[in-house]
Design a protein. Structure first.
Length: 128
């Protein structure tokens, strides 16, 4: 045996744990009434996070990495949150738009038109 042994884990044990968590997750989604949305989605997200952490820590071998690798990965959730909250107004306030999503400003006469129908629209018949 060598002096420095590599850390090991039982992949079968982790896989069985993931399968059991998936079965519990499916049962949770089937048995919890849809009216209890907070409990339903909270439970589903908790199971998904638990499974994701197991996959991240063991199958991506992060449990055995040094602090430098972990420090480089640590800002990722913060960046995801920044992108999510930056895009949230565009997604959540979509019903308050003044014009439809497919509309644009016609530069010739200054009116709002659907894309492809303005005064500078490409005429497919002219390119034949």
């Amino acid at each position: 045996m060598s002096e420095h042994e590599h850390p090991t884990f039982n992949a079968n044990k982790i896989m069985i744990t993931l399968m059991v968590l998936t079965a519990i997750e499916v049962a949770w989604g089937s048995l919890v009434p849809y009216d209890w949305k907070f409990a339903l989605w909270g439970g589903l997200l908790a199971f998904a996070m638990w499974k994701g952490i197991l996959i991240f820590m063991y199958f991506m071998h992060m449990k055995f990495e040094g602090w430098i690798c972990k420090a480089l990965i640590a800002p990722t959730p913060i960046l995801i949150a920044v992108v999510f909250f930056a895009l949230l107004p565009d997604i959540a306030l979509n019903d308050r738009l003044i014009h439809e999503v497919g509309d644009q400003l016609d530069p010739v006469d200054g009116t709002i038109v659907e894309i492809g129908y303005g005064s500078r629209a490409v005429n497919p018949a002219a390119h034949k």
